[in-house]
Each structure stands twice: as C-alpha cells, then as structure tokens.
Design a protein around this ligand. Structure first.
Ligand code: BGC
Length: 296
C-alpha cells in the first residue's frame, strides 16, 4: 500500500457569495503528490482541462497540454505549469484522429520518456432538437467525446503494459481518468448526441477498468455537473440563467474548474490506489434529483 499523505490537503472555506460571476469554490491547494510522474491532459487549453493540467503540474507532474485550436491559450497553460517548477509543452492534436493521437503519444515518449497519467478530457457539444440533428452533429460529438477517449486510452494502456509498475513513481502501472458528465446518468433532451457519448464513456471506462485492473492500471471517471466553463456560458452568465441553474444544484453554487482539478489530482495519485472503475460525481448534488426534495 502506498504511504498516505495528508499534509496541506486541507482547503480554506470560502464565503457564501451566490452571484453568477464570482467564484465561490475554495482555492486549490495541492502539494507535490505526483512528483516524477508524466501526465497528458487532452483539451487542456481551456475550462476543466486547463484547471486539471495546471493542478497536475502544481502537484509535481510534468504535463503535455493537448489542444486543437488557440496556440496562445495552450501556451499560457504551459507557462502556468512551468511556474510551479514542473515541465510542460503544448501539443496540437485532434483526439478523434488515430494518426494524430499516435503521433502525440510518440512525441511524449521522446520528450518525457513515458506516460503515467492520462486525463481524457477533450469534449464538445453540438446541441440540436433530435428531429433536426444532422449526422455531422451526431458524428462530431461521438468522434471527439467517445472515439477520442478510446484512441487515447489505447495508446496509454499500450505504454502502461510495456513499462509496468515503477514503485518509486507510483504503486500503479498507470492511471486513466475519463472526463464524463452527469449526463452519463441524467438524460438530456436536446443533447442526445452528447448524452449518448457520455453514457458510452461510462461503459468504456468500466469495461477497460475490468480488463486491465490485474495489470495494476487504474481506470476511473469524473462526472462533472455544471462547471463554469466556456461550454455552458449561457447557463450561468446572467443572473436569471444562474438562478434557474441553481434549481438543479442542491449545494447552491456553480462548480468551478478547480473543483474538478482537485478530484483529478486525487484520482491520479496513490492516495486513491484502491479506487478502480469508479465514476466520481463532482456535481454539487445535481444527480440527487433535487426536484424530488419537495415533490414525488
Ligand atoms: C455539460 C454542460 C452542462 C452540465 C450540467 C455538462 O456535461 O457540458 O453544458 O451545464 O453538464 O448539465
């Protein structure tokens, strides 16, 4: 069993502000739990991926910042990680392209030697009423959100199997964190492609976790709820939208990318060594069906 590390793991309580623009999440406090590990985060130039990449870097991992568009944003994430003393570089690749994913992992092997942590985060929405949804909208979402997870996980597992456990680095041969969503569980009208992709991630993650657990590879998922990111700006950027959103969130505040980043650091670390094939919901209680608090 790995040594337990609790030092500095506490976070200060924040105020109870409820405005739509102000963060009410506690500050991220991580120590160098992941020192010596090499991580790849897909879709790491904004939103949840950005916060996760920075937190992994602050926790001591060297990080590949994958992105598709916006070199400057990816470069800024690299700089932020380097400030914490970890190495980082940006790599442009479309996770739904088999060749580009293979090239991304080949470069990572050259630059960092190996991979210990994959956070498969890249994802997008192409929302539409079902009867108007085009095949292009359907395919784009499934290609990036689900096939992208398959392609990246396959490359990571190949490397984990080749290298095996290095006890001085981690008690696992590798860790994969699939970024899912509450919509792997909550149906979402007008978003059938997105919900189908997230439902697919759930069983992809669980089947893979079952298949490789004996090789000491830990595969888990995080299911974020409503997090303040560019993907869902319309759900929080006005007071009316924010108030409406809060009807779905028992905890009474929107999630911040850092809420997900803390969960990712824990799932990537040996502190979660016995956590295998689980989805960690980080959603302020959204999956508690808050409509039933007073009804039913
Ligand atoms: C979606 C967001 C949405 C949230 C909660 C996420 O997976 O990307 O747009 O706000 O789920 O519904």
């Amino acid at each position: 069993m790995p040594g337990l590390v609790f030092k500095d793991w506490c976070v200060p309580m924040s105020s109870t502000a409820t405005s739509s623009s102000q963060s009410t999440a506690p500050a991220v406090t991580v120590h160098r739990l992941l020192a010596g590990q090499k991580a790849l985060v897909t879709g790491a130039n904004s939103g949840i991926g950005k916060a996760v990449a920075i937190a992994l870097g602050q926790a001591g991992a060297d990080v590949v910042v994958n992105y598709v568009a916006d070199d400057a944003a990816a470069g800024a994430v690299v700089e932020e990680i380097e400030k914490s003393g970890s190495k980082a570089y940006a790599h442009q690749a479309d996770v739904s392209s088999e060749d580009q994913v293979a090239a991304m992992f080949a470069r990572m092997k050259q630059e960092f030697g190996t991979i210990d942590i994959l956070v498969s985060n890249a994802g997008l929405q192409r929302d539409s009423a079902f009867h108007e949804m085009t095949l292009a909208q359907w395919s784009k979402v499934l290609d990036v959100n689900l096939t992208g997870q398959f392609l990246c996980a396959r490359e990571a597992v190949r490397e984990f199997l080749r290298r095996g456990v290095v006890p001085s680095v981690s008690s696992a041969a590798g860790k994969i964190i699939c970024m899912s969503s509450v919509h792997q569980q909550i149906p979402w009208a007008g978003h059938a492609n997105y919900a189908a992709s997230k439902g697919g991630i759930k069983l992809l993650m669980e089947s893979l976790a079952q298949e490789v657990a004996l090789k000491r590879i830990r595969v888990n998922a995080i299911a974020p709820g409503a997090i303040r990111t560019p993907i869902n700006t319309e759900a929080w950027n006005t007071k009316a939208a924010y108030d409406e959103l809060m009807k779905l969130v028992p905890y009474g505040r929107i999630g911040e990318p850092e809420d997900i980043a803390r969960a990712a650091v824990w799932l990537a670390s040996d502190n979660s060594d016995y956590v295998v094939g689980t989805t960690l919901f980080v959603d302020g209680g959204m999956t508690l069906y808050p409509g039933f608090a007073t009804g039913g």
